[in-house]
Design a protein around this ligand. Structure first.
Ligand code: SAM
Length: 348
């Protein structure tokens, strides 16, 4: 690590802000010892607010039907090999009951942009979840919707919304998506969600096709300025039925370094160690937590759905990834000095 990189990490810890070109120097200055140094400061920053706590979220993948055709995604509309499914209201409620018994106090309803889930379907469902489990938070991750729809879902009881911005650089966004999707619309959604009052999560993939350091520098600046309550970042992993099938996956090490930098930008942020990290590396989740992440999202979906929600090759569905294996996850976290906490885990 150069003295300059070290001084930038120190400045970030102290001021919580850098210029975009300083972020670029930090990214280009990545070395294992820079990552180790940033990781130590990130852990300290996390502990100051959250101690050793790691929050769990029960992930329910409600549908893999999607009207969009994001070029990197395994459930994209044009993938004819994708075996489509949609959970019913009863399926989702029973996932919640099961998750509640296991100790989950946040349910994340994630899915493709499936036209079936209109506000008329979702609002009563959210209402029902909140009335059956009043001490739980509901997080939605259902893609782009109108402001009116976000408002209706919020009024029905949804607390949080995850919508990764994917990349904060317009041209890069346009490379990764078909012309029917626009960078401006993605941003519009994020700002509307924030204005409505959701706890909002943005995020991006590391190592996505065409990504350069300057794109990541802009992502960090965007996270700093947008100041979300949550941020989901994970390595890009190719999917066999996409045009990026032969691309290389993103780096686990760089992802962990970026997790540390994000923790330094915003010490109170809720930062998941994502499934993609755990998919690429057996101890990827632990590496993420040690780099400054403080959330894990075990999968509560029915077994059949888990197998079909394949965003990328070899996506983890079992082991410590599955909600049933909570005890395994607890002991794995304990082994690295972290403690799984069964609470809503709202942002501070
Ligand atoms: N449809 C919703 C949306 O657009 O936000 C939520 C579901 S979407 C499948 C969830 C996230 O999966 C995306 O934001 C994207 O970052 C991630 N993802 C999709 N394909 C991926 C891949 N090949 N590798 C890593 N992450 C991927």
């Amino acid at each position: 690590m150069t003295e300059y990189t070290k001084s930038l990490i120190n400045t970030l810890e102290k001021n919580r802000t850098l210029t975009e070109s300083e972020y670029l120097s930090l990214i280009d200055g990545y070395t294992p010892d820079a990552a180790k140094y940033a990781g130590e400061l990130a852990l300290k920053a996390k502990k100051a607010f959250y101690g050793d706590a790691v929050f769990i979220r029960g992930l329910i993948e409600i549908s893999n039907i999607c009207k969009n055709d994001c070029k990197y995604c395994g459930i994209r509309k044009s993938n004819r090999n994708c075996d489509r499914y949609r959970l019913t209201r009863e399926d989702i409620l029973s996932c919640c009951s099961h998750g509640y018994r296991l100790g989950f106090r946040t349910f994340v309803l994630q899915g493709g942009e499936d036209g079936y889930y209109t506000d008329d379907v979702l609002c009563p469902l959210i209402n029902e979840i909140k009335s059956r489990f009043p001490d739980c938070a509901v997080t939605l991750s259902l893609g782009e919707r109108s402001k009116e729809s976000y408002l209706a879902l919020y009024e029905a009881g949804a607390d949080r919304y995850l919508l990764r911005h994917e990349t904060a650089t317009k041209e890069h966004y346009e490379l990764l998506h078909p012309t029917s999707l626009s960078f401006d619309e993605r941003m519009r959604c994020l700002f509307d969600l924030k204005e409505i009052g959701y706890q909002v999560g943005c995020g991006f993939m590391v190592g996505s096709p065409g990504q350069e350091s300057r794109h990541l520098a802009r992502d960090l600046k965007f996270v700093e300025e947008f100041s979300p309550q949550m941020c989901g970042i994970g390595p890009f992993i190719p999917h066999k039925d996409t045009e990026y099938s032969s691309f290389t996956a993103g780096s686990v090490e760089l992802t962990c370094y970026l997790l540390s930098l994000i923790r330094l930008i915003k010490p109170t942020i809720l930062l998941p160690a994502t499934t993609a990290l755990g998919t690429l590396r057996e101890n990827g989740r632990e590496m993420g937590i040690l780099a400054g992440a403080n959330v894990v999202m075990p999968n509560l979906s029915p077994e059949e759905a888990k197998a079909k929600y394949t965003l990328y090759n070899n996506k983890l569905t079992s082991g410590a990834e599955s909600a049933e294996a909570l005890e395994t996850l607890k002991s794995r976290m304990k082994a690295i000095g972290a403690e799984i906490v069964c609470a809503r885990g709202d942002a501070l």
